[in-house]
Design a protein around this ligand. Structure first.
Ligand code: S3P
Length: 436
């Protein structure tokens, strides 16, 4: 555990910030570059520990990974069939994306492997990815039926394609199955109950792999031929930008510019919601980059100083799943508060985020109602300040650092170091924008 950090209220927020490279895209580009023929240069690769876990696992699979200063990573691809058997179990650290996406690849290899994670990852459900991979012909053993570590047996006969309707909306599962589908004989067709982030699809298509894309459905015919390495500048993390968007929306006179942010429609639902709540957001320098939308965001709160409340459910919950922690904090400033429904997935993230949010909101003096699949946070209500248990969860730590800006008294985070999972520079950047 890291040393506690005490944060103080801020009078206003202003200045420009450039979040680290998007975490979801960094993982995916690293993996696809490792399987490409030839080398790739990835600029603005995420500085978060999760994406470093992915690089470490790829190195252990025989991929040459070279880090240059300034967030540049060079990866020499080994081709789809060139990975080497790892000498030791692969360590995914805290990263659900690493373990689930790599499962799709490890399941298809002619060698045995094992992948494990930290205490939090070891509690997270893996059946959602193991079950469909087994249907494709993979042999996978897991602790307690569906928890890490996962052990993969060599596939001698190869994988076969699968038509699969995912019971849970999960971009990690969809991506794992698409990666396995690259190796499989026949068509892999995946349908999802709600749309989830589509970076894997966009990236595969950009690499020249034919994909059929329809709403909530993707199909791929395997096995695919190789694809070349590519150079790419990774857009800023949409979910890291969310902390500054929500903080900026909380002050009527704030002037925050968040630069070079990923604006993929499956990741930008927060902009629509904050506008619905009355925040003022302007998009500038919009561009298309490798199939992804990127732009910079000017944000300030409503001129009236009063945010409106909202109810978030169904597809909107899926689209906002990583932003709910900071939204639950902002909810205390909204007329009528915010209600989050259909969000049971939050209980199996890096922590049980519903429980962590309810406990910490109460500990800062706010009222809230915890539900099996969500949370209702009434508003407006004032936040007193106090002690926050981050539960080792980066998004809980950063959400309550945003809360600290608007508390009457200081807030102490018990273990702020977990923010480094996605955004090691976060507290310094927030302090830089805060006017005391
Ligand atoms: C991610 C997908 C989401 C999200 C996670 C990152 C990804 O999880 O919560 O932080 O990069 O694919 P699901 O797989 O549950 O959609």
């Amino acid at each position: 555990m890291s040393a506690p950090l005490t944060l103080f209220p801020a009078r206003n927020l202003s200045g420009a910030v450039r979040p680290p490279g998007d975490k979801s895209i960094s993982h995916r580009y690293a993996i696809l570059s490792a399987l490409a023929e030839g080398s790739s240069r990835l600029e603005h690769y995420s500085t978060g520990a999760d994406c470093q876990s992915t690089l470490a696992c790829l190195s252990a699979l025989g991929v040459e990974v070279r880090r240059e200063g300034g967030g540049v990573v060079h990866i020499t691809g080994r081709g789809l069939h060139g990975l080497a058997a790892p000498a030791a179990p692969l360590d995914a650290g805290n990263s659900g994306t690493t373990i689930r996406l790599l499962s799709g690849i490890l399941a298809a290899q002619p060698f045995a492997s094992e992948i494990f994670g930290d205490a939090s990852l070891s509690r997270r459900p893996m059946r959602r990815v193991i079950e469909p991979l087994r249907l494709m012909g993979a042999e996978i053993a897991a602790a307690a039926g569906d928890r890490p570590p996962l052990r993969f047996s060599p596939v001698s006969a190869g994988l076969r394609g699968l038509e699969y309707a995912m019971p849970v909306a999960s971009a990690q599962v969809k991506s794992a199955l698409l990666l396995a589908g690259l190796y499989a004989r026949g068509r892999t067709v995946i349908t999802e109950p709600e749309p989830t982030r589509d970076h894997t699809e966009l990236m595969l298509r950009q690499s020249g792999i034919p994909l059929e894309l329809a709403p909530r459905r993707v199909a791929l015919a395997g096995p695919v031929a190789g694809w070349p390495g590519r150079d790419f500048r990774i857009p800023g993390d949409a979910s890291s930008a969310a902390f500054f968007l929500c903080a900026g929306a909380w002050y009527p006179d704030s002037g925050v510019l968040i630069e070079e942010v990923l604006l993929n429609p499956t990741r930008s639902a927060l902009l629509d919601l904050l506008r619905r709540m009355g925040a003022r957001i302007e998009i500038v320098n919009l561009e298309q980059r490798g199939g992804e939308l990127v732009g910079s965001l000017h944000v300030s709160g409503p001129a009236s100083g009063r945010l409106r409340g909202a109810r978030i459910a169904g597809a909107e919950t899926v689209a906002l799943i990583d932003e709910i922690p900071v939204l639950a904090v902002l909810a205390t400033a909204a007329e009528g508060g915010l209600e989050f429904a259909d969000a049971a997935e939050l209980r199996v993230k890096e922590s049980d985020r519903i429980a962590a949010l309810a406990r910490n909101l109460r500990s800062l003096g706010a009222e809230c109602e915890e539900r099996p699949d969500g949370l209702r946070v009434p508003g407006p209500q004032s936040l007193r300040g106090g002690r926050v248990e981050t539960c080792g969860d980066h998004r809980i730590a950063m959400a309550f650092a945003v809360a600290a800006l608007r508390c009457q008294e200081p807030v102490t985070l018990d273990d702020p170091g977990c923010a480094a999972i996605s955004y090691p520079e976060f507290f310094a950047e927030l302090a830089r924008l805060s006017e005391g």
